[in-house]
Design a binder for this molecule. Structure first.
Ligand code: ADP
Length: 551
């Protein structure tokens, strides 16, 4: 028997209408690409989003059309999110740090009709446009005064497009499974793969994030997404900030520690989300300047493992709760969040609590997790058994966009999505990532977690960043190499590093060599690029294995 309830669709346009009615005076503050701080209210956001929806229709944009953005986190980008999805078109956010080849590939693959471009990225697009033959036009996200001379064909000025358009729009109704946005995974190997979100998945994901125990976003909150809107919808923030009535603070192009610290304190930010690399920069600035956070309560760390030293520093030195989240583009992206339960808070020591925070955490409502062995058999939730992590849920991809080859490998027979991560799950439901399947170091048939080693290495006060890769070894098949970026003025040497790790990890995990570099390679989303690092060290031979020229 089916329930007797109205079958009303969940649509993104409902969020902006709801926000304008219930929180009309709440603010959106942006560091604009032109430089100055821009601020307006949710009612203004709503009015301009409606104007943009009219303008898009005038340009001939229809349901299902892919409309791309190449932009920083700012209020115009937010308007595009809502206007494009609201009319039933698909907001395709493009990562501007992709290589020219990847950029060209995804614009073509997505068949983008128009591209919204922030001022910063106009020169990149001018270089590429000869190849982007199918794009009908470009909209430069600025006002008349800042509109550049450009060789982009059919280039419009954003503010000119909006002028005179009505400030109300009758949002169309359609199936909640209608596609709403599109994001390509960074694709460390091969071409990027498109993940196509729906209105339903977007709302369910955003709702499940704010339903997580302990999350209390509301009208007194001020959320700063450092995580880019050009990647996985800034982890859902542009949606849940609006329906929780939270102030939104956008950093624009300035993501360095000093700029972020100023924005956080000036705008009374309570919660900020981003990847560990960004927080390294922020913490370094705080240490050097001696500044304090005045309003910040929580920092969400995701995208890569959050080093325990970072969690500890936020908590102990600044009184800011550091919360780890894990997820993937394919999962909208948040899958788990790590926060000790109230009962753990009561009974555990500070060190034990830190260990819990170091895990990737418990699943959001609607996300199911399982770990399996090499034969696909389920492993127990005992915190010890490690296996490949698979997931399913209503905000998890059911197949990449137009990519049969990738889809053939992405799911198991029961339809669960293969994350490519190796993990444990404990009896309390806390999942812990051991490593990426391809990054785990297979030493003499046993596994060494590169993440754990990196985590310990960055705990050394003189280490700024660390990466561990497995390289061939004639006796052990693979052994770990530790690559370290030291803090300025550090005199740390390989022996000092190994001595520090001894006792913190089991002896057979100790890296065979330590190499110091000025910088580590990062992907377009700020993650360590292990693939590139392995390439850089392709000819490296371990000092205890120098005769091994064959591997
Ligand atoms: P995104 O770019 O959205 O972060 P990707 O899909 O590019 O996501 O990468 C997802 C992968 O990033 C995960 O499969 C996992 O390996 C890694 N990852 C994300 N968050 C964490 C985390 N908190 N700890 C460890 N690894 C993480």
């Amino acid at each position: 028997m089916l329930g007797l309830m109205m079958n009303r669709p969940l649509l993104i346009s409902q969020i902006i209408e709801y926000a304008a009615i219930n929180f009309p005076e709440q603010e959106v503050v942006s560091r604009s690409t032109e430089g100055e701080i821009h601020r307006y209210r949710f009612v203004d956001l709503h009015a301009r989003t409606c104007q943009l929806a009219h303008a898009l229709e005038k340009l001939g944009v229809k349901k299902d059309d892919r409309i791309a953005t190449v932009a920083w986190n700012n209020y115009r980008h937010l308007e595009i999110y809502y206007a494009v999805s609201g009319i039933g078109a698909i907001c395709h956010t493009i990562n501007p740090r992709l290589s020219a080849d990847q950029f060209h590939f995804i614009v073509d693959h997505a068949d983008d009709q128009y591209l919204f471009v922030d001022l910063t990225f106009v020169p990149i697009l001018e270089k590429l446009q000869g190849q982007l033959k199918k794009v009908k036009g470009y909209i430069v996200m600025t006002d008349r005064a800042h509109m550049p001379e450009t060789s982009l064909p059919n280039a419009h000025c954003y503010e000119t497009l909006l002028e005179g358009e009505p400030e109300r729009f009758d949002w169309p109704e359609f199936d909640e499974n209608q596609a709403s946005s599109l994001c390509y995974t960074s694709g460390t190997t091969g071409n990027p793969k498109g993940v196509l979100y729906s209105h339903r998945s977007t709302l369910l994901h955003a709702l499940s994030v704010v339903a997580f125990p302990g999350v209390d976003f509301g009208e007194d909150s001020a959320l700063l997404p450092v995580v880019p809107m050009f990647h996985v919808n800034a982890w859902g923030m542009p949606y849940f900030a609006l329906f929780t009535g939270s102030k939104l603070v956008f950093p624009g192009p300035r993501l360095d520690g000093a700029s972020l610290a100023a924005l956080i304190n000036d705008e009374g930010v309570t919660d900020t989300w981003g990847v560990p690399t960004v927080w390294l920069g922020l913490l370094r600035h705080m240490r050097e300047s001696g500044e304090r956070f005045t309003t910040l309560k929580h920092v969400q760390i995701g995208g890569s493992a959050a080093p325990k030293a970072m969690i500890r520093e936020f908590q102990e030195d600044y009184g800011v709760e550091a919360i780890q989240g894990w997820g993937m583009t394919e999962m909208s992206p948040v899958g788990t969040v790590s926060r000790p339960t109230p009962s753990m808070q009561r009974r555990m020591s500070a060190e034990e609590l830190l260990n819990v925070r170091g895990k990737q955490g418990r699943a959001l409502l609607g996300v199911e997790l399982k770990i399996v062995d090499a034969d696909g058999k389920r492993l127990p939730r005992d915190g010890v058994a490690r296996g490949e992590l698979l997931v399913r849920g209503p905000a998890i991809t059911s197949g990449y966009y137009e990519n049969a080859a990738a889809n053939a490998k992405a799911f198991d027979e029961e339809g669960w999505f293969r994350t490519g991560d190796v993990a444990t799950i404990d009896a309390d439901g806390y999942m812990e990532i051991v490593d990426r399947v391809k990054d785990v170091i297979k030493s003499g048939g046993e596994w060494i977690s590169s993440i754990d080693l990196e985590n310990e290495a960055v705990g050394h006060p003189e280490v700024a960043e660390a990466a561990v890769i497995g390289l061939p070894h004639s006796k052990w098949a693979e052994r770990p190499l530790l690559v370290v970026v030291r803090n300025p003025d550090s005199t740390l040497d390989a022996k000092g590093m190994i001595d520090y790790l001894r006792g913190r990890v089991v002896d057979w995990w100790l890296p065979n060599d330590v190499v110091f570099v000025d910088e580590l390679p990062h992907s377009a989303t700020g993650k360590l690029q292990k693939v590139r690092l392995r390439e850089d060290f392709r000819d490296f031979r371990f000092s205890d294995d120098r005769d091994n020229g064959s591997t």
